[in-house]
Ligand binder design. Structure first.
Ligand SMILES: Nc1ncnc2c1ncn2[C@@H]1O[C@H](COP(=O)(O)OP(=O)(O)OP(=O)(O)O)[C@@H](O)[C@H]1O
Length: 292
């Protein structure tokens, strides 16, 4: 659980300004959805949070401290394209994070330490619904199972900030809905601060406690300008999605986004005429009685 302060952040690659004047104060245990057109710098922003890229100007503070220069275990990441070691089983893939944390040069633990790492990895796999798949290799898992494994792997190093770069984009709708609920329960249990890039506005509004949009100005000489924050709204996590969409529609900075949100709110109404059934299930009380 960490507070993240982004102060007047700029990112340029050569002559190209990708992001400019990005400022946001993110409260601990927020779930921030980042949206915006392709190429507006969402992944670049995540890479800066991960310390894979350095800002050209401005700063990022985590709990009041400047980010370390290198990626650290306090920040985990899950990408859309799943990358694991194909020659390791699910449980070995999850244990690997711990092995590298404890034995950075060899990445290998032995004896009791290895058994403890495998035991903890097994518990994490149980937590994401992969208890029965611990001995399987990645090629033997479905896309949804692989993303569950990616989440377990990211959690193995107990990050305080989790960065998700379109993690559910390649999944079928039904599987996606299950993983959304898994993600919310993980987020709730671990108290992590989450930043998620998504192209799916409905997903962004379903999962996010805050939705931030980046966009570039539309003037002719726009290439000289980077994307800025055009929309930043905190949402009531307890409200059903259609109410959160409506709330956002009214606060929307651009007509285009407002229209899209209105259409989604209307669709959510048709999908869910009974209020409440699409309420986010992100607290233990509302998850009581839920079947796994
Ligand atoms: N390492 C790099 N060197 C030069 N330019 C880069 C680099 N990384 C990203 N860019 C440029 O920065 C811009 C933003 O890219 P980025 O991947 O962050 O956008 P995005 O919003 O995540 O896009 P998408 O939604 O399509 O994934 C693009 O124009 C891209 O070409």
């Amino acid at each position: 659980m960490s507070r993240v302060e982004v102060r007047n952040l700029w990112k340029e690659y050569g002559d190209q300004v990708v992001l400019e004047r990005i400022t946001m104060d993110v409260a601990p245990h927020s779930f921030v959805s980042l949206v915006g057109p392709s190429g507006c710098g969402k992944s670049t922003f995540l890479r800066m949070l991960l310390s894979q890229e350095k800002p050209t100007r401005g700063s990022i503070l985590v709990d009041g401290q400047p980010l370390a220069d290198e990626p650290q275990p306090d920040r985990g990441v899950v990408f859309q394209k799943y990358s694991v070691f194909p020659h390791l089983t699910a449980v070995e893939n999850v244990a690997l994070g711990q092995e590298f944390a404890r034995a950075p040069f060899t990445g290998r633990l032995f004896g009791r330490a290895r058994r403890a790492a495998l035991h903890e990895a097994g518990a994490l796999l149980e937590g994401v619904g992969l208890g029965d798949a611990r001995g399987k290799y990645p090629a033997q898992l479905s896309g949804g199972m692989q993303q569950r494994l990616a989440i377990a792997q990211a959690l193995a190093r107990k990050p305080r900030i989790l960065l998700l770069d379109e993690p559910f984009g390649a999944l079928d709708p039904g599987i996606r809905a299950d993983i959304h609920d898994l993600m919310l329960s993980v987020w709730w249990d671990t108290r992590m601060t989450v930043f998620m890039v998504s192209h799916d506005l409905r997903e962004a509004f379903y999962l996010g406690t805050r939705v931030v949009a980046f966009d570039r100005p539309t003037e002719k000489d726009a290439s000289r300008f980077g994307a800025r924050i055009t929309f930043d709204i905190a949402l009531d996590p307890a409200a059903p999605i259609k109410e959160r969409l409506r709330e956002a529609e009214h606060g929307s900075a651009t007509d285009e986004l407002g229209e899209e949100l209105a259409a989604m709110a209307a669709q959510a109404d048709r999908d869910d005429p009974a209020p409440g059934s699409t309420t986010r299930r992100d607290d233990p009380a509302s998850r009581d009685g839920e079947t796994a």
